[in-house]
Ligand binder design. Structure first.
Ligand SMILES: O=C(O)CCC(=O)C(=O)O
Length: 155
């Protein structure tokens, strides 16, 4: 995932410029915690900050008297890559079932590539059938193959 944030106001320490933790996107075995040292990114209006989605980041506290900190935030995710947050797991299925279809699709229950054993993931969420009815076990394929090979050898 790629994140992009365009500062529409000037971002500075006082109005809560974005905090990042450099290289934290590589810390796959650590959970985010508040004690880690951050770098606060000050930017003039019109500047764009981009980062890899797994980088620890967050907005700062706006301690100014009356200044806003407006920004335009975009996240880009190609469909075939795993999202930053695995919402297919973190949102319980009973909750997903109650959502409108558009929301289900946005969560990642979209038909892409092979789907779930060639089925639409929303159908699977609803009927809990994970294996297509025409699917066969590998042993069955192998038995057919052996039978054919034996017949060919006999002729
Ligand atoms: O407010 C910011 O500067 C960044 C916030 C952000 O990226 C987030 O909450 O995910």
């Amino acid at each position: 995932m790629c994140n992009a944030l365009i500062a529409l106001d000037d971002f500075d320490i006082e109005n809560g410029a974005t905090h990042i933790v450099p290289y934290s996107h590589r810390w796959h075995d650590r959970r985010p915690d508040q004690s880690v040292k951050t770098l606060q990114v000050e930017m003039k209006s019109g500047t764009m900050l981009m980062w890899e989605g797994g980088l620890w980041h967050g907005g700062g506290a706006n301690v100014s008297e009356d200044r806003e900190r407006l920004g335009f935030f975009m996240s880009h995710q190609v469909a075939y890559l795993r999202p930053q947050e695995i919402q297919l797991v973190s949102v319980p299925r009973e909750v997903v079932r109650e959502m409108p279809e558009q929301m289900q699709r946005l969560l990642g229950y979209h038909r892409f590539g092979l789907g779930v054993d060639s089925r639409d993931p929303i159908d699977v969420i609803n009927d809990e059938i994970y294996v297509h009815e025409t699917s066969r076990l590998a042993e069955d394929w192998y038995a057919d193959y052996r039978n054919e090979a034996d017949q060919t050898a006999r002729t």
